[in-house]
Design a protein around this ligand. Structure first.
Ligand code: HEC
Ligand code: HEC
Ligand code: HEC
Ligand code: HEC
Ligand code: HEC
Length: 333
């Protein structure tokens, strides 16, 4: 236990260091603080174990805001990136100054260069909380990720990053789909970081086996992910999962793969359908039932697409939503 505390303290110092460094927009290397764990020596040669801080620096959480601001006022304006957006993207806006504006971060502004993204302190209390755990979370449970990964589905509008609502199974009001909380949401003491394994050695926020692929020309956009299902099984190597998954881990992953393939190809087919209908609805008056049906379909479709898990967060819900999208779009054909 003593040893662990020592490690945590070291990490606390590194955390202060990274905030200072990232805050100044510098990229000086941070000392590797997470030296090999004792157990690793016996493990089948890990190619390279990156320190927690180095893993973190590679994430969209750390880099996203810097990349956006680097586009400059014109570049961000073109992407409709404005003041309302930075309330989930900038640590300075979230933690220090609720009134900060995007313009403050451009050259000449009062926060010029302070393009600290979603840094340690956004999620952790940094020693201000529980005295036994310098890394206690700002928010517990589903909220620790779900307060940003949120997007209320509203019939007629597109839905963005709605992971929180999708897992809770919150249906768009006034529509044909009913509320359908996921099995994991109904489990006691379960949350995002249990599958997106996040702990004292892993901080890329991805599910084990997942690599994210970004647009080469505009790296703020994640275009897809690559999944190595043989590595995904390690998600279940956690104490908390063993009671139920010790024997069925591989089966569960196989099933997840099938579900992703099914939802993935359904999404693709529906995307093609939606494109083929665009021309049909483009000049219709606002109150035309066909245009409304088209837009309702967009809500159902983008709810599943924007969730980005290809059904894993809530498989029955994903199926119901895609069926509803198809039914709406059939009315337009
Ligand atoms: C302060 C807001 C915020 C919080 C809290 C937050 N996220 Fe994110 N998350 C974002 C933003 C913004 C992005 C987009 C950055 C990017 O382009 O990768 C993102 C991206 C991601 C991605 C995609 C990363 C990639 O490389 O493609 C995953 C996975 C993710 N978050 C998981 C989590 C998990 C798990 C938690 C909780 C432990 C969490 N997030 C907490 C805002 C947040
Ligand atoms: C409620 C918090 C929140 C607000 C407000 C917000 N975002 Fe995000 N944004 C996120 C999260 C979470 C992600 C990552 C989710 C994902 O990739 O599924 C993200 C990702 C993105 C991405 C990267 C997409 C990708 O898939 O990598 C872009 C671009 C983006 N946001 C632009 C905007 C713009 C433009 C606005 C303002 C109109 C905005 N955001 C407002 C939370 C927010
Ligand atoms: C997007 C949110 C998020 C960010 C950003 C983040 N963490 Fe974490 N961190 C978590 C979560 C969630 C856990 C798991 C906590 C739990 O299970 O109780 C965690 C756990 C930890 C732990 C293990 C604590 C323990 O009790 O075992 C350490 C150490 C840690 N984080 C350090 C850092 C450092 C250093 C940074 C910045 C380089 C950072 N974290 C950035 C969400 C985050
Ligand atoms: C039951 C396990 C599980 C839970 C719980 C879970 N996720 Fe996921 N999540 C996944 C899997 C599996 C994927 C798909 C990975 C892939 O195909 O790229 C995924 C995909 C994502 C993605 C798209 C980027 C990526 O890595 O593919 C984001 C963002 C995300 N989850 C955020 C969250 C947030 C936020 C929560 C909590 C509100 C959450 N997840 C809860 C398993 C889970
Ligand atoms: C109380 C029993 C129980 C515990 C504990 C448990 N699970 Fe599960 N989990 C299940 C059952 C049952 C299923 C459905 C299995 C199937 O359909 O093959 C499931 C399915 C899953 C799935 C597939 C997606 C889904 O939601 O259907 C993932 C991912 C998953 N569990 C992750 C985890 C992780 C990670 C842990 C530990 C942090 C964990 N589970 C702990 C019972 C449990």
């Amino acid at each position: 236990m003593k040893k662990r505390k020592g490690l945590l303290l070291l990490l606390a110092l590194a955390m202060v260091a990274i905030v200072v460094l990232v805050g100044c927009g510098k990229t000086a290397p941070v000392a590797s603080t997470n030296a090999a764990k004792p157990g690793n020596a016996a493990a089948p040669a890990p190619t390279e174990v990156k320190s927690l801080v180095d893993q973190f620096k590679d994430t969209g959480h750390a880099k996203y805001f810097t990349l956006q601001v680097a586009k400059g006022p014109e570049g961000t304006a073109a992407g409709h990136y404005g003041d309302s957006c930075i309330s989930c993207h900038s640590a300075v806006k979230m933690m220090d100054d609720k009134n900060a504006k995007l313009a403050d971060f451009f050259p000449g502004g009062k926060y010029a260069g302070k393009t600290e993204g979603i840094s340690c302190r956004v999620c952790h209390k940094m020693g201000n909380g529980d005295k036994d755990n310098v890394f206690s979370l700002q928010k517990e449970g589903w909220s620790s990720c779900g307060d940003c990964h949120t997007g209320t589905p509203k019939l007629g509008s597109k839905v963005n990053h709605p992971q929180n609502e999708f897992i809770k199974g919150i249906a768009p009001q006034g529509g044909t789909v009913k509320d359908m909380p996921s099995a994991k949401f109904q489990m006691k003491d379960f949350s995002c970081q249990d599958c997106h394994v996040t702990n004292s050695t892993k901080h890329d926020f991805l599910v084990p086996g997942v690599t994210s692929i970004h647009d080469e020309k505009d790296p703020v956009n994640r275009v897809s992910t690559k999944v190595d299902y043989s590595k995904m099984v390690t998600m279940f190597d956690q104490k908390k999962c063993q009671t139920c998954h010790a024997s069925n881990a591989q089966d569960t992953v196989n099933k997840m793969k099938q579900q992703q393939e099914e939802i993935g190809s359904k999404l693709k087919a529906l995307e093609d359908l939606s494109k083929s209908l665009e021309a049909k609805v483009k000049d219709l008056p606002k109150d035309d039932p066909k245009l409304q049906a088209y837009n309702n379909g967009i809500t159902y479709f983008s709810y599943v697409e924007g969730d980005s898990s290809k059904g894993i967060h809530n498989y029955p819900f994903a199926k119901a939503l895609l069926e509803a999208a198809e039914n709406e779009w059939k009315k337009v054909q």
